[in-house]
Design a protein around this ligand. Structure first.
Ligand code: ZN
Length: 240
């Protein structure tokens, strides 16, 4: 299913979620560009995975390769300078006093969406696709469905455009994200997600597990490992 003459910009970090979002967009839109943000995150290795993920997808899916357009990287170092969190400095990843994890970068997704929309405006792209998810995330308030919907209204008012913000992962859990990868691109896409995408907050690319690379102990690794285990069990027809 392709939406003729419609174009999209995918917020693409090189992680599992945004890679599945990229595949989702390539299945739907005639032209798809990607944008990544460098804000001094500790797991910068994620950004290094982006080119490789795009190359592997283009190689494995010729129909998608025709639709895959330019990649953009925006330097948002100012976010890292402003926020003192476990994602941008060498601090313990834990639960903070306000009930939010210490990895929370205040306003991150609001800033990302604003810059993505400004880029989409300039590039003539109408659909914005992001991997925000309310289901089993760490309670980041800027991942909420209401936040994204409010941003769509604000961006359209503020930029005099008709952007559509898509969050295909909003109501599914990590296991279902693996299932979505399989539905969109079969075993080939699941392999790319395992092998090339990065989720680990600590940026560990040395340890390889069934679900991919990572330290295996940080919240991002735990979430990814648990989701993959449930996905594999579901494949075997056993209860997850
Ligand atoms: Zn980790």
């Amino acid at each position: 299913m392709t939406v003729a003459d419609e174009s999209a910009l995918v917020l693409f970090s090189g992680g599992q979620d945004s890679t599945v979002c990229l595949a989702w967009a390539l299945e739907r839109f005639a032209r798809v560009e990607t944008v990544g943000f460098d804000y001094g995150q500790r797991h910068k290795v994620e950004l290094d995975c982006r080119a490789q993920v795009r190359a592997r997808i283009a190689e494995a899916f010729p129909a998608w390769a025709e639709r895959l357009g330019e990649d953009h990287t925006l330097d948002l170092g100012v976010l890292g300078a402003l926020s003192d969190t476990a994602l941008t400095r060498d601090a313990e990843i834990a639960m903070g006093a306000e009930g939010l994890p210490t990895t929370f970068v205040p306003g991150r997704n609001l800033v990302f969406l604003t810059f993505a929309a400004a880029l989409a405006y300039r590039r003539g792209l109408r659909h914005l696709v992001g991997g925000m998810c309310e289901t089993d995330y760490s309670g980041y308030p800027d991942c909420r469905d209401d936040t994204i919907k409010a941003m769509q209204v604000a961006l359209n008012l503020g930029m005099q455009r008709n952007f559509v913000l898509h969050t295909p992962l909003m109501w599914i859990d990590k296991a279902a994200t693996w299932v979505l990868a399989e539905t969109l691109g079969g075993e080939a896409l699941v392999d790319i997600v395992v092998e090339e995408t990065h989720s680990c907050y600590r940026g560990d690319r040395d340890r390889r597990h069934a679900w991919g690379y990572g330290c295996g102990a940080c919240p991002a690794c735990e979430l990814r490992a648990r989701g993959y285990a449930a996905f594999v069990e579901g494949r075997r027809g056993e209860p997850a």
